[in-house]
Design a protein. Structure first.
Length: 261
């Protein structure tokens, strides 16, 4: 084997080793409007996006759970594939006036880097098919979207108990362009140091592009500035090593969408 061929093979394996993480979409719950009254129906897309907030593909419907939260009530949102929008779509009807949260969970998926590329499935499953498995990742995603932010309400900062969760500590109802917002990232309910990106709908047509990127402190908190009215999105991720199971690592991602007037 020539040195050139050997190097090419090594580079190929290195690229495959990062492909699962690099190619993962962000999971975003995007409504067609963020101001609505009791009885109003919102069209909601559960997006898989690299360009924010334009969906690139529809996740399998049985892997996505979406609910509308108002007070202590949670109403499931039925999702079906919309081929034109390249997303899962459904209707959420407000049961009351006032703030609401769309709460989403893209259930765990297991993908493996193999000598034949990235394949869905774990080590045991793929090795039983004769595949050579290099690395195995478990990928899970969480989403929140705030509807009807109100200056006299605290739903925006409610901790829901998602395994990886972004919590807004500044009420979007009080935010104007040029203001700073504070946010916190929680891992299993505890503050964690993690990357935090901020962008808004229409900011860029480039893939995985954020207006601002920061890292939270050990207290899980960070401060970022919003610059214009629109639909804004915070995004974070965290990867932890696993042992004794069908995956080597667990990668979690979370988004929080909120409006600024």
């Amino acid at each position: 084997m020539s040195f050139k061929v050997l190097c090419a093979g090594i580079c190929s394996l290195c690229l495959m080793g990062t492909a699962g993480l690099a190619s993962a979409h962000e999971f975003i719950a995007k409504p067609d409007k963020v101001q609505a009254a009791k009885g109003d129906a919102l069209r909601v897309e559960a997006q898989a996006a690299h360009v924010f907030m334009i969906s690139e593909e529809a996740e399998p419907a049985d892997t996505v759970v979406l609910e509308l939260m108002q007070g202590d009530a949670r109403t499931p949102v039925t999702l079906t594939e919309d081929s034109k929008a390249k997303a899962l779509a459904g209707t959420a009807t407000l049961t009351a006036d006032g703030p609401a949260l769309l709460v989403g969970h893209r259930l765990p998926q297991i993908w493996s880097d193999t000598t034949e590329g990235v394949l869905e499935g774990g080590r045991q499953t793929l090795e039983a098919k004769g595949k050579k498995v290099l690395k195995v990742g478990k990928y899970e995603k969480f989403a929140k979207t705030l509807i009807n932010p109100s200056a006299d309400d605290t739903l925006y900062k409610k901790v829901l108990g998602q395994d990886l969760e972004i919590v807004l500590l500044t009420n979007p109802a009080d935010v104007k362009p040029g203001d700073e917002i504070k946010a916190e990232v929680l891992l299993n309910g505890k503050p964690v140091k993690a990357p935090l990106g901020l962008t808004y709908d229409g900011y860029s047509t480039e893939m995985d592009t954020y207006m601002t990127k920061v890292e939270t402190g050990a207290d899980g908190m960070a401060t970022l500035k919003v610059t214009k009215p629109g639909l804004w999105m915070l995004r974070t991720e965290y990867t932890e090593a696993l042992s004794g199971g069908d995956a080597d690592k667990r990668n979690m991602r979370a988004t929080y969408v909120f409006p600024v007037k």
